[in-house]
Design a protein around this ligand. Structure first.
Ligand code: NAI
Ligand code: MG
Length: 345
């Protein structure tokens, strides 16, 4: 139950396409779980950019720092719409929030829904969220000439890797299977891979109850399809984590189920919670978007805010609800699914 007197202040960035639709269901379910949040809507995303050219004004970023958490739907124009140049929202909004708010852990839980390839699997991917090839290191030489050079380096700091690895071990230590898998490509990316492997090796003695192993990222792609139940906690870098979690989402039932938490575990600012999927303009406004990913993301937010009882009840209702849903393409109703979960609470 909510503490009442100090209501958590949540910034809600509904965004574009189905973003506002799924956020509405997430907030409906939070209310049904008995948690009273003070929400403020922030108008950011493709439609805001198209209107006035703003992506993330500095003043808005400063304001966001004052919130307890951020709930984000999805941002982006319809695929093929060139009015928002590629990278504008990814680098200017999503990545900027991750870097500025130091959201160094991207936590993505997966539980295979009935009928999916990963049925019965239950694992969490911990993706490093502020470094690697996404850090923006690199540049052009002689751009636009036949002798053009583009470099995009992978930035891996001991501090950045270690805080992420430690988070992953702590999580594995709390889970029943107590197992961690490092995913990388140490045989080819011998510098970054060595740093990651050494860090895991050196941190592991602090967690004697956690067993750990290592998979090359290409092998992990095979295992995720052929033996997804072998995984408990996966820890990996930014780029591998981006790709692996799309695959994990696909084998677990589809993008409509995949939730994520962009965490600042040091709590020097708000963390951000969002479904993995995008704005899905192809189904926007039709009332058929699956809200489970957004609802699950909101449950992760409540857990982070210390409302673990409410979060646990939502997760239980979610899992009961997903057991009634299959990976079939039968159209569902966004509001009916939200109502059904609210009802179970
Ligand atoms: P998308 O995830 O929006 O859609 C891919 C496919 O999955 C579509 O067929 C869509 O209908 C379906 N889908 C997605 N979410 C669903 C849900 N909840 N229920 C049922 N079906 C769902 O990816 P796409 O089409 O590549 O991107 C559309 C826009 O969203 C682009 O502007 C892209 O940049 C943006 N985007 C934003 C993200 C974010 O805000 N974090 C993440 C991914 C894409
Ligand atoms: Mg992705």
């Amino acid at each position: 139950m909510s503490t009442g007197t100090n209501k958590r202040r949540i910034a809600v960035i509904g965004g574009d396409g189905i973003g506002p639709e799924v956020c509405a269901e997430a907030l409906k379910v939070v209310a049904a779980a008995g948690v009273d949040l003070a929400t403020t809507a922030f108008d950011l995303g493709a439609s805001r950019y198209q209107r006035d050219g703003s992506v993330l004004p500095d003043a808005v970023l400063e304001e966001l720092r004052g919130y307890d958490a951020i709930l984000l739907g999805a941002v982006g124009p319809p695929v093929g719409d060139t009015s928002v140049p590629p990278g504008t929202l990814e680098r200017g909004l999503l990545l900027r929030l991750r870097f500025e708010l130091d959201l160094y852990v991207n936590l993505r839980p997966f539980a295979g829904v009935p009928g999916s390839i990963a049925q019965g699997a239950d694992f969490v991917v911990i993706r490093e969220n502020t470094e690697g090839t996404y850090a923006g290191e690199g540049g052009f030489l002689r751009r636009g000439t036949p002798h053009e050079v583009a470099t995009q380096g992978s930035v891996n700091t001991r501090m950045g890797v270690e805080r992420c690895v430690r988070f992953a071990f702590e999580l594995a230590d709390r889970r029943p299977a107590h197992h961690l898998t490092l995913v990388h490509k140490t045989n080819v990316l011998t510098f970054a891979g060595d740093l990651w492997n050494r860090t895991v090796t050196e941190v592991s003695p602090e967690f004697p109850d956690v067993t750990w192993d290592y998979n090359h990222v290409d092998a992990a792609c095979i295992y995720l399809v052929e033996q997804p139940r072998r995984y408990d906690v996966i820890v990996t870098d930014n780029l591998f984590g981006d790709i692996l979690t799309d695959l994990a989402g696909a084998v677990s039932g589809g993008i409509g189920f995949a939730a994520s938490a962009n965490l600042n575990p040091a709590r020097t600012g708000p963390s951000l919670f969002e479904p993995v999927h995008g704005a899905a303009h192809d189904i926007a406004g039709k009332g058929v978007a699956n809200p489970l990913a957004a609802i699950h993301s909101a449950a992760l937010m409540l857990d982070h805010l210390g409302e673990s009882d409410a979060a646990g009840r939502i997760l239980k209702a979610l899992s009961e609800q997903s057991d009634t849903m299959t990976i079939s393409t039968d159209p569902l109703s966004t509001t009916a699914v939200g109502d059904a979960i609210a009802e179970r609470l």
